[in-house]
Design a protein around this ligand. Sequence first.
Ligand SMILES: O=P(O)(O)OC[C@H]1O[C@H](OP(=O)(O)OP(=O)(O)O)[C@H](O)[C@@H]1O
Ligand SMILES: Nc1nc2[nH]cnc2c(=O)[nH]1
Length: 177
Amino acid sequence: MRTLISQSQLEAGVRDLAAQLNQQYADRPLTVLGVLTGSVVLLADLIRQLEMPLRVGVLQARSYRGAATTAGELVVNLELMPAVEGCDVLLLDDIFDTGRTLDELVRRVRACGATSVRSMVLLNKVGRCEVDYQPDYSAFDIPNEFVVGYGLDYQDHYRNLPFVAALDPEEIAAESL
Ligand SMILES: O=P(O)(O)OC[C@H]1O[C@H](OP(=O)(O)OP(=O)(O)O)[C@H](O)[C@@H]1O
Ligand SMILES: Nc1nc2[nH]cnc2c(=O)[nH]1
């Protein structure tokens, strides 16, 4: 694997995302919803730098299963999500790739009665978007490569890496290429 974004670059990127939220929301209460599972590392690092009255919740979305490096059917589970009616919500995810996950989640959370729904991602994979939606905040543009680390997995591994790396083709199972 090749490192694309180092630990210190990630720290600076997350600091910058937090500063943008602190400026945008100031004293307004915010509900941050982390998209399981990939957002967990970003969620933990980001929320400790937020200064507004904060609620934290999670929901789940999954479409990249097993050895696949392209999206399959999107499955969404809102059972763990707190009530969002009348709330300003920020959906937080690790990566925006085809955009299908966030596009669907923004729609679903709006339908639950949130006052506003914005979205933030760590990584924006350039040139892959298949939807008419863009995240409101993103820290890094990355090329069209399958990446792991800092929450992102391949076959449920690598989420714990403190940096973001691109997998080489020989590290990706032959059947998914
Ligand atoms: O923009 P998209 O093409 O929709 O891809 C982005 C989604 O893909 C990953 O989730 P994944 O389905 O791998 O589930 P995970 O978070 O449990 O790893 C990632 O965490 C995003 O939620
Ligand atoms: N781990 C991982 N998950 C993704 N989901 C969408 N794109 C990616 C990617 O590049 N890596």
